[in-house]
Ligand binder design. Structure first.
Ligand SMILES: N[C@@H](CCC(=O)N[C@@H](CS)C(=O)NCC(=O)O)C(=O)O
Length: 220
């Protein structure tokens, strides 16, 4: 049996698919859509969604992504990526306990210190219909993300363009996928050359581009 990744690509499942493609491992993606994007998620003809009882059996939180790896079921996108990297090894994974700790540190930092602000930027600068955007909320999120962006820039400068071990790893995917949401605020990066170059290099990688090409086929 193969690895199953549950989720549409217009969700945090994108980071799992990016990593799986980087690792070159076989996987099957099951397109579970967010319930809030459907008029009636419980309708008999509704697509498989985060409120579907069959999906709740996989992730009782009712959130994508989740994985089933040959019977091993888990959720939380960044924990999934750390698991997959650890399992399959290679340059994306940690070589020792210290690298492992740093990869965990960057992943937790991405989701706790950065993601809420990056998501608010995305919502209020791009995803919500124009009339429903709150420019002040976007400004506040940009302000909140300034210091973390500076921290990231310094780490990339000192790390030769990568976060851990002087090479592209699962930590770069974790942080880059969160900062992708903040790209709707280019002013955040104007004085952060290392972050700009790193985002550009990550998004030029064939695995990222393949994921995004597939994502573009999904309804907005
Ligand atoms: N911390 C979780 C967050 C998961 C999450 O919020 N997923 C969103 C899509 S990106 C979702 O499933 N929303 C569906 C809903 O709220 O019904 C992770 O990183 O996996």
């Amino acid at each position: 049996m193969t690895l199953r990744i549950y989720g549409v690509l217009r969700s945090r499942a994108s980071r799992n698919v990016w990593l799986a493609r980087e690792l070159g491992i076989p996987f099957e993606r099951v397109p579970v859509i967010q319930a809030y994007r459907l008029a009636d998620p419980g309708a008999p003809d509704a697509p498989f969604n985060t409120a579907s009882p069959a999906f709740r059996a996989i992730n009782p939180n009712g959130l994508i992504p989740a994985i089933d790896d040959d019977g091993f079921v888990m959720n939380e996108s960044l924990a999934i990526n750390l698991y997959l990297a650890r399992k399959h090894g290679g340059p994306l994974a940690a070589r020792d306990a210290q690298e492992d700790a740093l990869m965990t540190m960057w992943s937790l930092w991405a989701t706790s210190a950065c993601e809420p602000h990056a998501l608010r930027i995305l919502l209020h600068r791009r995803d919500r219909p124009e009339g429903e955007r709150d420019p002040a909320a976007a400004e506040a999120a940009v302000a909140a993300l300034r210091r973390p962006t500076g921290v990231l820039d310094g780490a990339l400068r000192d790390g030769g363009g990568f976060l851990v071990g002087g090479r592209f790893t699962v930590a770069d995917i974790a942080v880059a996928e969160v900062f992708r949401y903040a790209q709707a605020a280019p002013e955040l990066f104007s004085d952060r050359p290392h972050v700009r170059a790193w985002i550009e290099a990550g998004q030029a990688r064939p695995a990222f581009r393949a994921m995004m090409a597939e994502r573009a086929l999904e309804p907005e």
